[in-house]
Design a protein around this ligand. Structure first.
Ligand SMILES: *Cc1c(COP(=O)(O)O)cnc(C)c1O
Length: 396
């Protein structure tokens, strides 16, 4: 089978479709007829990800999707989940137990931050959060009971970069595992395995699905590790539903086309915003003004569609009002959470996470009142720039 990305996206995992249909059917069934040979049936019941036993154990489309993403992420195997958080939490619970320690970042996706702070600590697992831009801080945080370094790059929402190679090497030195949330980059722009990271997780709800019509998650790693994750998933139960799996497989076929268009749109839009007098700051790893642009350029092939901007204002309160007004003035950009779809979205992180994060937590993860996060879609770039231009013109 070919090993080029665009071909993998269209053809990988085809052998999991046992029918003559060119497009894999939706296996909308909870259970499968048992093999008449009892030995075969026992095998079906116990083998990780067996596609024809019971849905929580496996499904042919789930296997096909996993094969596509594992190939892209250059891992031996992968397992799909009902959401990104199901993938992340199950992936971590397959590694740590009570008494263990994790080194993570100050800035993480809000659900992950909550899982670390409010869930794991209740089960006797401690987490040290470090500044992701400070490579030495990861080394300093390692303890005797550390089992995992968990990173996210570019991170949510301020698009800081973690040095993948440095973390990969550090984990190897200490004989512990490294795991990265690769959601923001997508496998088109970043392959963490190339830099020695062991495990890759995604919210497939975002770029992988790409049409804002499903939730899904995926864990990619070695075959032995995925077998452990599968065992945990059978107990925790967040398996991806057949229709969502089919939609994800369909979305993946155009991942490369979509992400290329998004990379190009985002770079143009970020440059436009960077020049605009009413924008105080633009954070986009593809701009040379990004403090870690060089590192980003070293470990990413493209810079993805996430842009973080700070609207100007005489003080924080005014910046907050301007940010809200800008959102309301926009006609094409949709004010909604989530990212990675074909449509451009914009959100105000300080409001979105207001209920979950304390002021101190928001400050630690770098969230300010005038900050807006943009997920650039595949629309015509001239229309996107024009929309922002007219919305900014209306601000005082
Ligand atoms: C959305 C997101 C998640 C969680 O994924 P869900 O599919 O919403 O559960 C995790 N990490 C990142 C970076 C995300 O953007």
């Amino acid at each position: 089978m070919a090993s080029n990305t665009e071909t993998i996206l269209v053809h990988e995992g085809q052998h999991f479709n046992s029918t003559a249909a060119v497009t894999a059917p939706i296996f909308q069934t909870s259970t499968y007829i048992a093999d008449s040979d009892p030995a075969e049936y026992i095998k079906a019941a116990t083998e990780p990800k067996h596609p024809y036993f019971y849905h929580r154990h496996g499904n042919p489309t789930n296997s096909q999707v996993a094969a596509v993403v594992a190939k892209l992420e250059k891992t031996e195997d992968a397992l799909v989940f009902a959401t990104g958080m199901a993938a992340i939490s199950t992936a971590i619970l397959a590694i740590v137990k009570s008494g263990d320690h994790i080194v993570a970042q100050l800035a993480h996706y809000s659900g992950t931050a909550i899982f670390f702070k409010e869930f794991l600590t209740d089960y006797g697992i401690s987490v040290t959060a470090v500044d992701q831009t400070d490579t030495a801080a990861f080394a300093h945080a390692i303890q005797e009971n550390t089992k995992l370094i968990y990173i996210e790059t570019p991170s949510n929402p301020n698009l800081n970069i973690t040095d993948l190679k440095a973390v990969g090497e550090l984990a190897k030195q200490h004989d512990i595992l490294s795991m990265v949330d690769n959601t923001f980059a997508s496998p088109i722009n970043q392959t963490p395995r190339d830099f020695g990271i062991d495990i890759v997780v995604h919210s497939a709800t975002k770029y992988l699905g790409g049409h804002s019509d499903l939730t899904a998650g995926i864990v990619c790693g070695s075959q032995d590790y995925i077998a452990k994750v599968w065992k945990r998933s059978v107990a925790l139960g967040a398996s991806l539903a057949p229709l969502d799996s089919w939609l994800l497989l369909r979305g993946l076929k155009t991942l490369s086309l979509r992400v290329k268009q998004i990379n190009s749109n985002a770079l143009e839009l970020a440059s436009f915003l960077d020049r605009h007098p009413k924008i105080k700051n633009v954070s986009y790893p593809g701009l040379s003004s990004h403090p870690q642009h060089e590192l980003a350029a070293h470990q990413m092939r493209g810079f993805s569609g996430m842009i973080c901007i700070e609207v100007d204002g005489t003080d924080e309160e005014q910046a907050f009002k301007n940010a809200q007004a800008l959102i309301n003035n926009l006609e094409i950009f949709i004010n909604a959470a989530s990212l990675g779809g074909v449509e451009s979205l914009i959100v105000h992180p300080a409001s979105m996470w207001g209920g979950h994060h304390t002021q101190a937590q928001k400050k630690a993860s770098g969230i300010t009142l005038g900050m807006l996060r943009i997920s650039v879609g595949i629309e015509n770039i001239a229309d996107l720039i024009e929309d922002l231009e007219q919305a900014l013109r209306k601000l005082d």
